[in-house]
Design a protein around this ligand. Structure first.
Ligand code: GLN
Length: 471
């Protein structure tokens, strides 16, 4: 009841696309019954959670924040949604995003942008009063980051305790950093993608947004495991229930600092927090080592060739015939396809489909798509080499800076800005590694800043243990 009333009070944040009040209340009632009858309880029994609107939910509209899927009601639950429910979680609703999870701001969905709850904190408001540009109260708010900005705003505004995001190039970690949350991207293959409407199949991972690392671990315990409906999942090396040690020993660890991540665009505040964090590990006896990930500078371009190519192929299913939007034009099948897709997709999605189809043309395939696959392997090998040199965990920034005001974000070309913002997060997806962003401090403006830990593939438990120690 408390969470539902907070959802209503914070409606202006635009965090939710659909609020599943009736479902949540019914689930709460059942959970209470289980508790009262002394039945065994799930790991998430009675816990309110929210789910990004690109996960299929049986009987509940799933839109991907796109005209194309407005009104679409899936007949089944994504595996991760089913697992949350099996553990007794209460589904509060479906959260807002950039259309089809393409973006880094949560400003690009058909239901409008998501507002960062921190825009309304006392400290930030007081600072902004001194700023001459902040006269227009209505538009003077910060972006959440994205594309899982609705999930981040929902957890940050206390309307639920955990939320699912998706993470293809940083979409869970980026909004977590901007909203003062833990944002965890598990190893590729640890958590099923069945029912997650794909952006880039070879990089997509369901992500977890929570207010502390322990909560993320509990949710991971509920979600991890092989799924016959997703052939890329592996046997689950995680013990359940998944608990992190309360006192970790970091003195034997080797923390790697990738030197290529010290980019000129990095804000001085993030930079100084990053170096303080490294000092803290050193003072505890850990070894801190500068390492090189030499192919970092190719990662954004490489990601975009691969992302748009997979997008071109994935989006082909939205043809106006099977499900989703269909236009009124019926002069020919081709005209119907074209008009449906023009009406259904925003310009970001259409732009990516066009680029992807260009890279996949017979005459371009070798030079773009195949070459990008090779570069992806080099990028992944950079991480392998760093870990083989003795590094246990890498420590990096999550984002270039704290959250920026909406008006500033949309001033520049959104797509260029989005691309730059993902510099610390995308390579991890291309390598399939686990990574977690945790909030470390408030900036001078009173806004949260996150740092990222990256672990070896399938060493998710070790990664979260280090993050918890640091938290
Ligand atoms: N910002 C990146 C993109 O637009 C990543 C998105 C994501 O992780 N879903 O592709």
């Amino acid at each position: 009841q408390k969470c539902l009333s907070l959802i209503k009070k914070t409606k202006f944040l635009n965090a939710y696309i659909t609020v599943s009040e009736e479902v949540a209340l019914k689930q709460a009632e059942e959970s209470e019954k289980r508790y009262k009858n002394g039945q065994s309880l799930g790991d998430l029994d009675g816990i309110p959670v929210a789910v990004k609107d690109n996960f299929s939910t049986s009987g509940i509209e799933t839109t991907c924040a796109s005209n194309m899927l407005k009104g679409y009601i899936p007949p089944y639950n994504a595996t991760v949604v089913q697992k949350l429910l099996d553990q007794g979680a209460l589904l509060m609703g479906k959260t807002n995003l950039d259309e089809f999870a393409m973006g880094s701001g949560s400003t690009d969905g058909v239901f409008g942008p998501v507002k960062n709850p921190w825009s309304y904190s006392k400290q930030y408001r007081e600072k902004r009063k001194q700023n001459l540009h902040s006269k227009n109260e209505d538009s003077d708010w910060l972006i959440t980051g994205g594309s899982s900005g609705g999930s981040a705003a929902a957890v940050s505004a206390f309307t639920c305790y955990a939320a699912l995001g998706s993470d293809t190039g940083g979409s869970t970690r980026n909004p977590a950093a901007h909203c003062g949350l833990v944002g965890f991207k598990p190893s590729y293959g640890l958590v099923s993608r069945h029912g997650l409407i794909p952006l880039v199949n070879s990089m997509d991972v369901p992500g977890i947004l929570t207010r502390c690392v322990d909560d993320a671990a509990i949710v991971l315990g509920a979600l991890a495991g092989p799924d016959p409906k997703d052939s890329t999942t592996v046997h689950d090396p995680i013990n359940k229930p998944f608990m992190l040690p309360s006192l970790a020993d970091v003195s034997k660890l080797c923390i790697g600092i990738p030197k290529e991540y010290l980019v000129p665009e990095l804000s001085s505040e993030v930079r100084s927090l990053w170096s303080k964090a490294a000092d803290l590990f050193e003072s505890e006896g850990a070894k801190v080592l500068e390492v090189s990930l030499p192919h970092t500078s190719y990662s954004i371009v490489c990601y975009h060739v691969l992302c748009t190519s997979e997008v071109a192929s994935n989006m082909a299913r939205f043809d106006g015939l099977q499900y989703g939007h269909r236009c009124d034009i019926d002069v020919s099948t081709e005209a119907m396809y074209a008009a449906t897709r023009r009406e259904g997709f925003n310009d970001v999605v259409r732009g990516r489909i066009l680029s992807g189809n260009f890279f996949l043309l017979k005459e371009n395939y070798e030079n773009y798509f195949v070459k990008a696959q090779k570069v992806r392997r080099l990028i992944a090998n950079d991480f392998v080499n760093a870990f083989n040199s003795g590094v246990d965990v890498l420590l990096t920034p999550t984002t270039l800076s704290e959250a920026v005001p909406y008006l500033e974000f949309i001033k520049e070309d959104n797509r260029t800005r989005s691309a730059q913002d993902d510099i610390f997060t995308q390579a991890v997806n291309m390598a399939g590694l686990p990574a977690v962003s945790i909030p470390v401090a408030l900036s001078n403006q009173g806004l949260p800043i996150g740092l990222q830990f990256i672990g070896r593939a399938f060493c998710d438990q070790q990664l979260l243990t280090v993050a918890k120690w640091f938290e």
